[in-house]
Unconditional design. Sequence first.
Length: 401
Amino acid sequence: MPDYQPSLKILQKYAHVLVNYALNSGAGVKKGEVVQCLVPDIAKPLALELQNTLLKAGAQPIIRLIPTGFSKDFFTLASQSQLKFFPEKYLKSRVDLIDHNIAIIADPDPEELKTVDPHKIILNRDSQKPYKDWLNAKEVKGKFTWTVALWGTQAKAKLVGLSYQAYWNQIIKACFLDQPEPIKSWKKVSSLQTSILTQLNSLPIQLIKVKGKDVDLTITLGKNRRWQSGSGRNIPSFEIFTSPDWRGTNGFINFNQSLYRYGHILKNISLKFKNGLVVSAHAKQGNQFLQEMIKSTNANKIGEFSLTDNRFSRLTHPMAETLFDENIGGPFGNSHIALGSAYKDCYQGNSQTLSVKDWQNLGFNDSAEHTDIITTTDRTVTVTLKSGKQKIIYQKGRFTL
C-alpha cells in the first residue's frame, strides 16, 4: 500500500475544479446536465468526490470505474474480430445521453503493454474512431465538453525519480489545489492566456518558424485559423495551441522528453517533415512502436502545434504523463506537436457549416491518432505575416507579444 494518500480536502478541491470550473469550457457544470466520469479503480476515492460534487451541483453523475490490469490479457487473447468490435448502438446511445465527460488517468503499470504487438493496440484504437467522431461533432455544436485529470501512482513516480508524495505534490501544485480557492487561480491563468490569445489572433500569420539547436521547422498556419487555450479541457493546461494546415509542415524536430503511450516508453524521438508528411521518424527507445503508430491513417501528419509559457506553469518536474509533461515550465517552457487529429475549435468561423470535404480543403487533419510529443529545449518561434514582415512571438520560454 502507498505510504501517502492525498487528503480528503485535496480530493474535494480536485473534484471542485473538475466539476465547477473545467466543464462547460471554464464555466462549470449546470443543474440537470449528465456527466459521465471514467475513473480507473485505483482512483476510487476521487470517483466518490466527483459523484458527491456533481450531486451537490444538481447534475446527474454516471460513475464508471474502469478495472486496471486487464489490458494485457485482453490484447493477448483477443481475436482480430474482437479487437475490431465496435458496439455501435451502445456507444451512440451514450453519446446522445451525456453532456460532459470527466476522464481520470491512473496508470499503475506504465509498461503493461510493452510486450504486446503494437499492431493490435492500434487496430483496436482505430476501430473505436466513430465514437470519437460522434463526440467531436457534438462538441463542435456546443453540446458537449470534457476534461482530463491525473491520479498519481507509485509506478509513475518511480519512473521519474520522485517519491510518491513528491509526485502528488506536483499534481497538487500544478492544479492549484494548495490554494484556498483553486478556481480563482485558474480563472487568473485563463485571463492571462486570453490576453495572449487576443494578440496572437490579431496577427495575420502565414508561416510559423521554430528554430533551435534541435529544431528547424516551418509550419503553415492555414486559412481561418485561431489559437486556443485549454479552456478547462485539460487540468492542468497552461498551453496555447493551434491546429495548422498540415500540408505546409517542413523541416525537422527532435524531442528531449520521453513519450509514454499505450504502455510503451519512447525516448529521443526525431521527426522529419516534407510537404506535410513525416518522411523520417526514429526513436532511440520504442522505435518499433513509433513506426507502427505513424502507419495509422493520417498519423504521419501534424494536428497541433503548442507552446507553454513558463510564467504560467507551476510544474517543475517531468511526470511520465503527457497531460502534465506538455504543460511543464522550466527555463525554456515547452513546445509540442501532435501527430494525428486536429482540433476543429481552432477554426475561425462557424464550424457547423463545414462539410468533411471543407475540413480537408482547409488542411485540418483527421485521424484516430492524437499523440503529443514534447521538447523543453531552448527555441525561438518567429512568424511571417501576410505583409512579409517577421515577428518573434516566443523566446526563452515565454511569449514576447
